[in-house]
Design a protein. Sequence first.
Length: 297
Amino acid sequence: MKANVYTSMMSLVLMAGMMLAAGTMTAQTMQGRTRPGVATTNGTTTRSNNNSSSRRPEVSAAPKSDNRNDHSRPSAGSSATGTTRGQSGHSTGNTGGTTHVIPKPKVQVPSGSSQHTSHSTASVQRMDWSRPTPPPAREYRPVAHSYYRPVMPASYRPLYSAPAIDRILGLRFGSYYNSSLDYLYRKGYYIDGWYNGTIYLRDVNLLGSLWTDVMLGYDSYNRLEGAEFTFSTAYNDRTRYNRVFRSLCNTYGAPVNMARSGFEASVTWWGGNATGFVTLSYSLQGGRFYTTLNIGC
């Protein structure tokens, strides 16, 4: 009898515990379900915060594989093969920096003759200068005339340090007509014509001044005997004359003789060892003012 009572009491206690557990679970269900944990890459498990509702876990970008193709464009100035522009064997026009090529002055070329391709004296073909070519007609061009040698006073002694005047523009006095034309052509001088024993040049620099007209005169044996450099203006301007005068005095000393009449003037120097002369003059001709330099042997 006591055993039955004890068994009945234990059954009531178990039933009461089961009912209490079921009530607790029901209460938790009413309050909201707990989200499952999210597995991380390090193997640990974390639970999401209930206040973050539906926030997704962060995902890091996967690194590129070493053998993955790179679709970026090549850098400017290079090609797909790695060669740079200008290395394909075609000249770009520059040889070690920006080079601006200065063209030669215009040079009259004898008809029927070929241009030379080398500046070497041995390889230059001689030109055919046998056909006279007068210079083109141009206003204010000076007229060619015979050269004369001034008389040096017996008491005059040239400056000891003065150089001899035995050449002009690199041509020795006594050089022949055709060889002079070959030389001037190779040097790039502006040959304006060659006619009746005179070679006409344009725009030549000498003694720090530009001379618009130059005439080289040859004797009856076709040998160089003198040169005349001329520059003219429509107004009276002695600037060029005075500049050249000072330059010649510094080189050859005091002039041998001086002649002056109004604004016109003429002075002469002799070279070292009384070799060669130079005469500087300023004159009015045909309504223009001429500064003229005569040089001879």
